[in-house]
Design a binder for this molecule. Structure first.
Ligand SMILES: Nc1ncnc2c1ncn2[C@@H]1O[C@H](COP(=O)(O)OP(=O)(O)O)[C@@H](O)[C@H]1O
Ligand SMILES: [Mg+2]
Length: 416
């Protein structure tokens, strides 16, 4: 019986391992489509793609269901087949036992004892086979989890003089920085040189795709420069541990992202120990105090997934407040006032200038009006620096900057 049982169990196992892996892949696709549909539901409606999306979902779902049924049937065969084998064994034992009792070689008691022993042993074997099947499924899942956990960290901390050369005058230095994203043929940044004194405000301007976000993302080391080096406090960012580096930096990403919870729980991301008073100060500086006060619950007002119960401009201001709570040395705002009206934008810039801790500020904007009072302005075009200076200097010396300024200046006049 045991060789027979083993043969059955191993055949089913070998057949089902690759199938389980495919089931998981199919499930991935179904959940992927579901998530995409949920996050893009407005776009789907606007482009009237409902029917196509429903069809795509049904196709993936049917595929998954069919396959899952198939695999289910194979594993469902296990119990009936093994039980038939076990009970067949009992029948054989009883028949041959009856023969031996008749010729007087065995007593009836011995036969009954034999069938009991055999039933016990075989039933345990069947349970073992079922466990193997579960382990199999777990292995297929484990492989997938392992692939995520084992993904290599691309950002090793380099050896460096951690204590020496702490430059207290310049907060950030870009030294001939170039960046080519993995898989891109063209570099996104080339030869950027910039020295930023502590407490200064840097404006970065340029058309979309000119590399503004790429440049500031090198400061908290979201990416590594492929050429040159970025220095914070005179030290290469690659020699900092991620905690050390990112504790100094507060960044407001281009896309305002909030997490489900309350206004307070989102702001505390900036600093877990902040008091309510500090939170309100940050909200006020970020021009977010008024609308948070109007929300029922104030700081405890709920934030739904992705912050969808706030408008785009409100979300931007909450993400700015979250960064301000951190009171970091370096504050980076990546096009964070794009959804704000001019008056709010101006009030925001004024309060940033008046922050008591006087951080070094990087302001990215498409509007010259947002950055014209910056201490130094960097003009980017196609990943190259085409001008560095103050507003007045650039108006004279940088054609790209003058064109951007004039196009917006005239637009402003027409609107009035
Ligand atoms: N994560 C990324 N992977 C690959 N290429 C990227 C990535 N982010 C940006 N790029 C490329 O780098 C260039 C600059 O992008 P970005 O810095 O976002 O510009 P900006 O912020 O000025 O609009 C673009 O051409 C874009 O294709
Ligand atoms: Mg950008």
């Amino acid at each position: 019986m045991i060789p027979l049982l083993s043969a059955v169990v191993f055949t089913i196992m070998i057949k089902s391992i690759p199938l389980f892996k495919r089931v998981q892949k199919n499930l991935d696709r179904v959940t992927g489509i579901t998530r995409e549909n949920l996050t893009g539901v407005r776009v789907i409606r606007a482009f009237r793609k409902e029917d196509e999306e429903i069809a795509a979902f049904n196709a993936a779902n049917d595929d998954h269901t069919g396959f899952q049924n198939f695999v289910g049937k194979i594993s469902a065969l296990m119990n009936p087949i093994t039980l038939i084998l076990v009970n067949g064994g009992v029948i054989v034992l009883l028949l041959s036992g009856a023969h031996f009792v008749e010729i007087g070689e065995m007593t009836q008691g011995e036969v009954v004892a034999m069938t009991n022993y055999m039933a016990q042993i075989l039933v345990e074997l069947v349970k073992f086979a079922n466990t193997l099947l579960t382990v199999n499924k777990a292995l297929a899942c484990g492989d997938r989890i392992e692939a995520v956990l084992e993904a290599p960290v691309g950002m090793a901390v380099q050896e460096g003089s951690s204590s020496s050369a702490l430059d207290t005058q310049t907060a950030v230095i870009f030294s001939n920085v170039g960046l080519t994203y993995e898989g891109n043929a063209e570099p996104s940044l080339t030869g950027i040189d910039l020295q930023v004194p502590r407490g200064a405000t840097v404006g970065i301007i340029g058309s979309t795709g000119s590399g503004k976000s790429s440049a500031v993302q090198l400061i908290p080391r979201f990416y590594d420069a492929t050429e040159g080096a970025v220095l914070v406090n005179g030290r290469d960012v690659r020699t900092y541990t991620p905690e050390e580096l990112r504790d100094r930096i507060a960044i407001v990403p281009q896309k305002p992202i909030l997490f489900r919870g309350t206004v307070r729980s989102n702001l505390l991301w900036g600093n877990n120990n902040a008091t309510d008073e500090e939170l309100w100060t940050a909200l006020e500086a970020a021009q977010a105090k008024d609308f948070v006060l109007q929300k029922e619950g104030g700081l405890d007002a709920p934030v739904t997934q992705g912050g969808r119960n706030f408008s785009g401009g409100q979300r931007q201001r909450l993400t700015i407040a979250r960064a301000l709570v951190r009171k970091a040395e370096i504050l980076i705002l990546d096009d964070s006032s794009s959804a704000l009206d001019y008056a709010t934008d101006a009030a925001l810039r004024k309060s940033l200038r008046e922050l008591p801790e006087r951080p070094t500020i990087f302001l990215i904007s498409q509007r010259t009006s947002s950055i014209q009072h910056a201490d130094v302005i960097l003009v980017l075009e196609d990943g190259r620096s085409v001008g560095v200076g103050t507003h007045e200097q650039l108006l004279h010396s940088c054609e790209v900057y003058r064109e951007i300024y004039e196009s917006q200046f005239q637009k402003g006049e027409d609107a009035e």
